[in-house]
Structure formats: structure tokens, C-alpha cells
Design a protein around this ligand. Sequence first.
Ligand code: ZN
Length: 258
Amino acid sequence: MINVTVWNEYFHERKDEKIGKIYPKGIHGAIAEMLGRDEEFNIRTATLDMPEHGLTDEVLENTDVLIWWGHIKHGDVSEEVAEKVKKRVLDGMGLIVLHSGHLSKPFVKLMGTVCRSKWRENDEKERIWVIEPSHPIADGLPEYIEIEEEETYGERFEIPAPDELVFISWFSGGEVFRSGCCYKRGLGKVFYFRPGHEGYPIYYREDIIKILSNAVRWAKATNFTRPTLGHYEAIENVKDKFEGKSEAERTHANLGKS
Ligand code: ZN
């Protein structure tokens, strides 16, 4: 089983009737329901209003992959929770950041750049090109998919160069955008996926859910051995230059090193 937590600020759906009609159970509810059809996924949801935004130590410890949707309430996410999410990613948790989540605190902290871009809400077409067909996140996809109406994002997108770029979007207004970006951060993996403006029902689409399912499987940590960090005894038979000396002398010699 893969433990997936779908996090949403859950604001637009409750404040805007039109958006509430598209996502009556919230964006998190729709994603959880669609992904939940896969028996390999054990899914829970968490929202901004919950204590610790629903991301307690216990929840984070038991999350293999966290999916994040946020937009207007990035500033209300506590520094403490954002730091904990970042720390868990560095420790091996997968993170999938959706759409306007590019400006969320955990993503910006993990990228180290401002992460802004151009945008325009004008019901334009988005054509998402698969540019790495052999990548696990592109598994089972055609050469491109089209979303008839979406919010437009445009380069330059102020992110560090992705380790792997799986998708590039073209919009009918003329912009292009790096819309499927993979990163490794510490022991964890991060995937940014662009589509998903709250005013369009795209999280009900099978192709979009396929991409999210693929991304969950990709982002989940493999069964790796945790590396030793810090002082380490030699594997090879080398002379110990502190042999016969006190532990204090050895420790002192290592001060200032890590
Ligand atoms: Zn948007």
C-alpha cells in the first residue's frame, strides 16, 4: 500500500458558489475519490482549517506521498508546518505540488527560488506535450493531451532547472510553460504539475488522474538504505591516526567538521 495524503486549503470551493458546484467535496475530495479507485493507494485528506492543518507529526510520519493544492491561503500556512513538510521531504517523503501550489511555502522552501510566473485566466486551451515518453510519470500517455479550457501560465517560471522535465504546455494565447517538473531534494522526490485551476473540472479527467497516479508511484521512496551522516569508521584497513589517544582528542580533532 502507498499512503497518500491529499492536502487542500479548501477555500474557493466554500466561498464561491460556482467553484463549489464543480468541486462539492472540495478539490481534495475529488482527487481522493478519483485516486482512491486504485486499491494500492491508502488515501486520507487534510485541510488548512484542521489543527496543524491536518499535518500532525503522526500524519506526516505515515504519509509516503503528500499532494498539495493551495492558492489564496499560502500565507495562512504556518511556518512550523511548512518546515515540517520540507523536513519530511528531505527525509524521503514524496511531494506532488499542483497548479498554484508553486507559490506554497513548502515548495518555495524546497526550491529556494521565488517560483513565480506569468498567468492569465481566459479559458484558453492547454496542450500538454509529453517530452520524456519513457519517464514513469508519462506511462500510458499519448504524445500530448489537451484541456479545452484552463488558466494560462507562461514562462519564465522562476524555478531551478528541473532534474527531469516530463511535460511542456502550450497555450492558445501563445505562452509555453514547464508543466511537469521532477526534483530530488535530499532523500525525497518532488513533482510539480501545472493543471488544476479551481474554476475548471480537470481533476475528474482520467488522463489527469493517470498522471497523478503515476506521479504517486514515482514519488514514493524506494527501499533505500539510509546513508550514514557524520563520523564514519574506515571500511578499508587503514591506520587510525588517533590510535591510543583519548576519545576527547579524537572528538576535539573533529570539531568544526561534520
Ligand atoms: Zn489558478
